[in-house]
Design a protein around this ligand. Structure first.
Ligand code: 5AD
Ligand code: FES
Length: 345
């Protein structure tokens, strides 16, 4: 099976049959070679650099009802909050001092965050922090909304496609959501000139290897600048409370495969990966990841942005995470880069 890793390393592609074999190759040999090759490719393009993104979780209100997510609208137990414009600016201010040069405003689909509101915040950030990238992760919105926020100064948009297979997508989402619309949003964002991030969960209920291959093929077609993947982690008050979560080994295998398929892509070692294993993010970095997205949200709201159970860093201040991460990144053999960290195209 190691020859498949070498072929992927050389050609950045495999047939569906080969991908299937590699995705399912649960062996230490494959894991080790994938790690070695993925690390080689990331070092070739990005050296030892790890880019930090300051995540500001702006709202836990959400009109959607994705079955896996802890802040889905049907979860009556969820504690809801939204940040004010002033709170968002304070998060950015402390983030800038801590060396963050990308701010990610992420939230549920909250109609309180109108285009006017968002454009005001974006324009203020753009003016105060001209050397920073502004990333949005606010779900599905209209073409016009994406266009206005881009004009106000946003640079990037993260919208995981979640599942490129229609049936799997339908089994993870309520009937009013559609894969076609999700994809349309991603293509709209790209045509508007955003740097785009897509991605999916690993080990979601009913997900098969064929579904994962469909995800990889969709990513080859979309060619996003960033790919966010992390293990599915059950949340206790969702319909998926009793499902099994994604495993560390499969997530790492997919991260290695992604680095070899998309040599220059931005690949975050996600918080969910750090949640399922204490050294999950470090292992991610050693398997091709080059981005970490620590939390800048005010500590009093952090536990409320609970997409899944046992999320890490919900009690830490931004400064504590910054110090902790720097130590972890360096111990893993890499270095924190204080820069916007754009994708090299
Ligand atoms: N486990 C892991 N990831 C999740 N997300 C939502 N719910 C969960 C969960 N239970 C991911 C989705 C979403 C991103 C913000 O968080 O993929 O796009
Ligand atoms: Fe938050 Fe370590 S990254 S405490």
């Amino acid at each position: 099976m190691t020859e498949l890793v070498e072929k992927l390393y050389r050609t950045s592609d495999l047939t569906d049959g080969e991908l299937k074999a590699l995705i399912e190759a649960d062996s230490e040999d494959v894991a080790e070679l994938l790690r070695r090759r993925a690390d080689e490719v990331r070092r070739l393009h990005y050296g030892k650099k790890v880019f930090l993104r300051g995540l500001i979780e702006v709202s836990s209100y959400c009109k959607n009802d994705c079955l896996y997510c802890g802040i889905r609208r049907s979860n009556r137990d969820a504690d809801r909050y939204r940040l004010t414009r002033e709170q968002i600016m304070l998060c950015a201010e402390s983030g800038y001092e801590l060396g963050f040069r990308t701010f990610v405003m992420q939230g549920g689909e909250d109609s309180f965050f109108t285009d006017d509101f968002m454009c005001g915040v974006i324009a203020e950030l753009r003016e105060k922090y001209p050397d920073c990238a502004i990333t949005l992760s606010l779900g599905e919105r209209s073409y016009d909304s994406y266009k206005r926020m881009k004009a106000a100064g946003a640079d990037r948009y993260l919208l995981r496609h979640e599942a490129a297979d229609g049936e799997l997508y339908a089994s993870l989402h309520p009937s009013e959501m559609s894969l076609a619309h999700r994809k349309q949003c991603l293509y709209d964002l790209r045509s508007l000139g955003y740097q785009v991030g897509a991605g999916f969960m690993v080990g979601a209920p009913r997900q098969t290897t064929d579904h994962l291959i469909a995800d990889l093929r969709f990513l080859q077609e979309l060619k996003p600048q960033m790919i966010g993947i992390g293990p599915f982690v059950p949340h206790h008050s969702t319909p998926f409370a009793d499902e099994k979560g994604g495993t560390l080994a499969l997530t790492l295998r997919l991260l290695g495969i992604l680095r070899l398929m998309f040599p220059r892509v931005l690949l975050p070692a996600t918080t969910a990966l750090g949640t399922i294993a204490p050294n999950g993010r470090e292992l991610g970095l050693q398997t091709g990841c080059n981005v970490v997205m620590p939390n800048l949200s005010p500590v009093d709201v952090r536990k409320k942005y609970e997409l899944y159970d046992n999320k890490i860093c919900t009690g830490e201040e931004a400064a504590e995470c910054r110090t902790c991460l720097q130590r972890r990144i360096e111990a893993a053999g890499y270095e924190v880069a204080v820069e916007r960290g754009d994708c090299i195209e």
